[in-house]
Structures are given as structure tokens and as C-alpha cells.
Design a binder for this molecule. Structure first.
Ligand SMILES: [Fe+2]
Length: 472
């Protein structure tokens, strides 16, 4: 049964075969009306659009890591109290080449094509870099753009889910799929690592109608860190460099796929640098304990301090945990802790504290609270070793509440604010949940305030576990 759980309650023991959520999905579907239980709020009109890895087999090979799967777009359309569904593979160069040749042609996160040393050296940062945009998407102006960490963002049609082509130029070779909104220009802020004789982090702003971003600041770096996201306050871009770093020269010659070139060097600690959004000037770095993180939750300035909330791990073991072989064996994945860092700008000192003992894939009321003091983070938790509940953390009271259901594994809860909402948590959460009992997935709609279930709409099949989506 669904429940709003006490976080101190014993861990649920009933986990059926949740690994079935990693099976590839070949089927492209369109359904006008999904079976619906419960009632959707009248004001909820729009689409939850996601990109996610959906296919890991090519020819006789299986890709090695969850992050490697070919991107599939999914859209749950919500209108007049009903839910439609459509999904379609992103027709990337990587996907098309694999379909045509029956083999892996482009280098993915943790899987390389089979090729010679010469081939490897020739293909680094060349067009053989994948455009498999399976991590996240944004709507920039009127354009829908799917992204991964290579500099090849892919535009698609929001109605037909048809792939359109490369969306814009990225001023570097590695970037993030977690850009921020620049409220003033309605443009998009992101960073990229420029690799060369002198490596640099570059921060850039892309205006809605442009295809060429403007670089607003640069930082020299010897060994770039693996950073999946960054923070933003009203004044600063917040770059947290975890000591999981790479010597880029090693990538083409190592014979190892991209992520396996990174090394954990805890002796470096974690360095947080603030980059002024208007001048590009850097402050810091401010040093704290070594940790690893994929996702920042929010950042803001308060009384001479900068507050940085992020989902942290003690080390990058989570990257290893997400290799498919381990996941299919049911090996537990590390659990992220929501942690608050407070940087005192006068003294340079950083304090940190736990906000929630388990929270990953964080979402906030972004429209009203990003860059600003806030109270709520929603996410998923993995108490049993795999995603098993949706959580809501009240960061003021340090309280966490949860929704879970036996045998079910929920994905990222996307917050949608109610129109003219007064409270920060007035709205709904949308999450794609894999039900190991039925072998299918459903769109779950929760009240974002008390996590009670409002409705669910069952998809005709399972939807492989994914990462991020947006309500548009
Ligand atoms: Fe992410």
C-alpha cells in the first residue's frame, strides 16, 4: 500500500525484481489515453517530457553502464484530466550508426567501441564523441533540447518527438546536462571544460534565440574534475570541484572509456569556487572535505555567507555501483546524503551539516526558489540499495517525509507549482514509477505538500530507469 512514511521506520524488506527496470525497451508507442486511477487537478495541463537511456544492446554486445544506454524521449501529456503517452528514440548519430552497423560506433560514458589504439587516438574529441543525449532536457525559448555531457546538445520537436539536429555550439569538450536559467535574459547558464595545452573551465550564457553562447568567465585548471552539475546564487556561479579528476591527455591513450580515466585523489579535498555572474571574476577556492556529488539542489546568499546544498557521497563509488553487471546482480548502490555547506566569505571557512540522510535526483520549486533561500527539496532515496521511495525534505526543520509502495521504484519527482500558489510546496510531483509486480511503469501524481497520492496513469509497458525530465 502507498504510505507517507516516518523516516525512522524500518527499511522495507519487500523488494521484488527491481532489476527488470533495466531491461531495454525497443517499442515506440503512442497512446491517446492511459488507464487512470484517481483524479488529476483541473489546473494540471501540459507535458512531462523526459529523456532516458532505453537500449543497452547493440549487435552481440551489451553496454556496460546505466548511463550508456541510447536515449529515448518520453512524453506524458496531461490535458482535461486525461493522460496520453508517446515515446521515441532520439535519432542521434550514435543511435543511427549502431542501428545501421549492428555495433557500437561512438564512445559512451563507460563503453567504447572495439577499436585499435590508433583509432582511439584519432577519435578523441572528434565527431566520434557521442551525441547520445540521455541525461536531461530543457526548453530554451521555443526550442526543446536534449543533453548529455558531451558538447553535442540535440534539438527535437516537442510535439512529434522528432529529432532536429545539433542545437548550439558548446565552448568546450565536456559540459553538463544541468544548465541553470538566467532569470534576466531567460537564457541558459552552463559551464564547459575546454581541453588543450591549457585546460580551462568556461562559463557561458546562451540566449534563447542564439546558437553561439557568450563566454562570461574562465578558470584555469590542470586536472578537470568530473562535475555533473553546478550551483547558482543571484550573484555567483558555484563550482564545486570534487577530487575526482582527470589528466585529459590520458584519455585517448589509456584504452579505457571516458569515465574510467578519472582518479579519486581525496588528498586534494573539495574546492568550491564562486564566479561572479556579471564580471566573470572568481572568488576562492574555498576548501572542504573530499566528497563526490552528481547534483546540486540549490544555493543562495545569506548574511555574508553562501549556502550550497548538494546530494553528496563519501567518494565516487556510486559511479562503479551503476555498472549494469552489478545492478543486474542486485548489488546495492551507495546512498546520497543531502548536505548543506555554508561558506563564510569573510573568513573563507566552510561548515557543513546533514539535511537529510538519503536524497538524490533533487528537485525544488525552481521557478520561485532557485538562487534564493528556500524550504523544500524533493527527491528519491535508496534505503534498500535501489531507488525505493520519494522523499520531501523540509530543510528549515530538517525533517524528511516519504512516499513508498511495495515492489515499486520511483524516479525523479518533478515539482509543478499550482497556479497562483501561496506556499512553496503548493503543487504536485510527477514521477515515473517502475512496478516490479506488474512489470510496467506508471506516472504517479502526488500532492507535493503531504505526499498523498492524487492519481496514477499506467503505461502499456515498463519504462527503463532514467534520470531527468521537465514539465513543459
Ligand atoms: Fe543529473
Amino acid at each position: 500500500m502507498s504510505q507517507v512514511a516516518d523516516p525512522t521506520a524500518p527499511t522495507a524488506t519487500a523488494t521484488r525484481d527491481l532489476t527488470a527496470g533495466f531491461k531495454s525497451l525497443d517499442r515506440e508507442t503512442r497512446v491517446d489515453r492511459l488507464p487512470l486511477e484517481g483524479r488529476l487537478p483541473d489546473w494540471l495541463q501540459g507535458s512531462l517530457v523526459r529523456t532516458a537511456p532505453a537500449k543497452w544492446e547493440v549487435g552481440g554486445r551489451t553496454m556496460r553502464h546505466w548511463f550508456d544506454g541510447f536515449a529515448m524521449l518520453q512524453r506524458f501529456g496531461i490535458a482535461n484530466g486525461e493522460v496520453s503517452f508517446a515515446n521515441r528514440f532520439l535519432q542521434t548519430k550514435a543511435y543511427r550508426a549502431a542501428e545501421e552497423k549492428g555495433e557500437i560506433v561512438y564512445s559512451e560514458f563507460a563503453t567504447d567501441p572495439c577499436r585499435s589504439l590508433f583509432g582511439r587516438a584519432m577519435s578523441l574529441f572528434s565527431p566520434k564523441l557521442t551525441d547520445n543525449a540521455n541525461v536531461n532536457l530543457v526548453k530554451l525559448g521555443e526550442r526543446y533540447i536534449a543533453m548529455t555531457e558531451t558538447p553535442i546538445p540535440v534539438e527535437f520537436d516537442g510535439d512529434t518527438l522528432e529529432t532536429a539536429g545539433v542545437a548550439y555550439e558548446v565552448p568546450g569538450m565536456l559540459t553538463t546536462a544541468h544548465p541553470h536559467l538566467d532569470r534576466g535574459s531567460r537564457g541558459m547558464l552552463n559551464y564547459a571544460a575546454k581541453i588543450g595545452p591549457r585546460n580551462r573551465y568556461r562559463f557561458y550564457l546562451l540566449s534563447p534565440g542564439d546558437t553561439r553562447p557568450r563566454v562570461i568567465g574562465e578558470l584555469p585548471v590542470k586536472e578537470p574534475a568530473y562535475m555533473h552539475s553546478f550551483g547558482l546564487t543571484e550573484r555567483w556561479l558555484v563550482l564545486a570541484e570534487f577530487p575526482y579528476v582527470v589528466n585529459p591527455i590520458s584519455i585517448p591513450l589509456s584504452g579505457r572509456p571516458y569515465i574510467e580515466n578519472y582518479r579519486w585523489k581525496p588528498e586534494l579535498g573539495t574546492r568550491i569556487t564562486l564566479v561572479d555572474r556579471s564580471t566573470g571574476e572568481a572568488t576562492g577556492p574555498f576548501e572542504t572535505d573530499p566528497f563526490f556529488c552528481f547534483h546540486h539542489a540549490n544555493s543562495y546568499e545569506e548574511n555574508g555567507s553562501v549556502v550550497v546544498d548538494a546530494c553528496t557521497y563519501g567518494d565516487p563509488r556510486i559511479v562503479e555501483d551503476l555498472y549494469l553487471e552489478r545492478l543486474m546482480d542486485g548489488e546495492p548502490a551507495d546512498r546520497a546524503e543531502l548536505r548543506r555547506f555554508r561558506i563564510d566569505l569573510a573568513s573563507g571557512r566552510i561548515d557543513h551539516e546533514q539535511l537529510s540522510e538519503g536524497l538524490e535526483l533533487p528537485r525544488i520549486n525552481y521557478g520561485s526558489r532557485n538562487e534564493r533561500p528556500y524550504r523544500y527539496v524533493w527527491g528519491v532515496d535508496a534505503r534498500s540499495g535501489w531507488l525505493d521511495r520519494i522523499v520531501k525534505c523540509d530543510v528549515e526543520r530538517r525533517e524528511t517525509t516519504a512516499w513508498s509502495e511495495d515492489g515499486c521504484s520511483p524516479g525523479e519527482p518533478v515539482f509543478v507549482a499550482a497556479p497562483e500558489a501561496k506556499a512553496e510546496d503548493e503543487g504536485v510531483l510527477l514521477s515515473i514509477v517502475f512496478d516490479s509486480g506488474s512489470g510496467r511503469s506508471f506516472l504517479l501524481v502526488l500532492d507535493a505538500g503531504d505526499l498523498s497520492e492524487l492519481a496514477r496513469a499506467e503505461a502499456p509497458h515498463h519504462i527503463p530507469y532514467g534520470f531527468h525530465g521537465q514539465f513543459l
